[in-house]
Unconditional design. Structure first.
Ligand code: NAD
Length: 353
């Protein structure tokens, strides 16, 4: 398994170190890994002037998977847009054709109090948001701000072709087959023609997956249902802009951004794996960041890119075990638990493996 490791900026360096130690612990158990490090984001801008330099492109393209910490920080916010760390992130996603973003939102029973919702509404929550990542209004043309009849006019284009819808639909149906066998497709077909096509294609595709139940929901209702009764969902599939908003909403149901992994996949299950949170400049370098989202991202990498379900489950069970032992980093700490730092949490997961 050839893995391109991109620690990035801020806490990225600290949390990636722990995820790599967990993978190394599996290596001594026979999991074959080849790790190569490169730069992405602000650190790459400092070293080369580009947030996604050529050397990183080469390694990322040649690898079977990419493991990323996080990028960005106030230091680089003043740079012209093409040099901002976030451009590196968009660049690598586009370069590797990562069209499918998978974000599980799982609430471990031990962390039920961390959610802003009542424990009975969220305890045991386990949903997967599948978001299309390379199309929709974020990339559609024409776009821009122009002057028309002496007035400024802003314009973006919502556009999907049926192939793009079908391939993200397949990712959702396949994922549902390995879980609760339910897909909820989210659209706005009452107003937007693009999403009428989205719904039509999902219905056509569902004929190939008779073992999976397909339902549909308008995006405004989906936003409401996610906070009213989130456990009704298994897999939610939606376009880029709706998915951007709904996946953040779903992740916060768990109340602990430091716990949430993500995967972005291409058509051959090559993927980039990263925590859902950012580089947390406010706590960078203090050794207190929660490494679990990154460790769980490494587990997703083993599952989706390397088809090693057993190793993935081993990591996930180790994480459950340390939570059951009462170990918590500051972001998820509560009375009666033991507060630990980044390294200590990594040590505990390795011991639990
Ligand atoms: P953030 O996710 O970095 O931080 C939000 C809050 O959550 C902060 O208080 C932070 O301390 C806390 N937090 C985040 N991860 C944590 C962890 N693992 N353990 C403990 N606490 C944690 O979001 P932000 O502050 O809006 O952004 C900071 C920088 O990160 C910006 O430059 C932004 O552009 C960038 N960013 C990068 C990514 C990415 O690399 N994928 C994603 C989001 C934001």
């Amino acid at each position: 398994m050839k893995i391109c490791v991109l620690p990035g900026d801020g806490i990225g360096v600290e949390i990636i170190a722990e995820a790599v130690r967990v993978l190394e612990a599996l290596r001594s158990d026979g999991v074959k890994l080849e790790l190569e490090y490169a730069q992405l984001g602000g650190c790459a801008v400092d070293a080369t002037g580009s947030p996604y330099p050529e050397a990183t492109q080469k390694l990322a393209r040649a690898a079977d998977a990419v493991l990323l910490g996080a990028v960005g920080g106030p230091k680089w916010d003043v740079l012209p847009r093409p040099q901002r760390p976030e451009r590196g992130l968009l660049g690598i996603r586009k370069d590797l054709n990562l069209f499918a973003n998978l974000r599980p939102a799982i609430l471990y029973p031990e962390l039920a109090n961390a959610s802003s919702l009542k424990p009975e509404v969220v305890s045991g929550l386990d949903i997967l948001i599948v978001r299309e990542l390379t199309g929709d209004i974020y990339f559609g043309e024409p776009r821009g701000i122009t002057i028309e009849d002496g007035k400024r006019v802003g314009r973006n284009t919502m556009i999907y072709n049926e192939d793009e819808i079908r391939r993200i639909g397949r990712v959702a149906f396949e994922a549902a087959r390995k879980r609760g066998k339910k897909v909820c497709s989210v659209d706005k077909m009452n107003v937007l023609e693009t999403t009428q096509l989205w719904r039509d294609v999902m219905i056509e595709l569902s004929a190939e997956y008779p073992d999976v139940t397909l339902s549909h929901m308008l995006v405004d209702n989906a936003a409401m249902q996610l906070v009213r009764a989130p456990k009704q969902f298994d897999v939610v599939v939606t376009g880029n802009i709706f998915g951007d908003i709904l996946s953040d909403e779903a992740s916060m149901l768990t109340g602990s951004i430091g716990m949430l992994p993500s995967a972005s996949l291409d058509e051959n299950n090559k993927g980039m794996y990263e925590p859902s949170h950012g580089s947390a400049p406010d706590i960078a370098g203090k050794g207190i960041a929660n490494p679990l989202a990154t460790i769980l991202s490494a587990a997703m990498m083993l599952r989706y890119s390397f088809n090693n379900e057993a190793a993935a489950v081993r990591i996930e069970n180790a994480v459950k075990k340390v939570l059951a032992q009462g170990l918590r980093t500051g972001d998820i700490w509560e009375d009666g638990c033991k507060r630990v730092g980044t390294r200590e949490m990594g040590d505990a997961v390795i011991a639990a493996l």
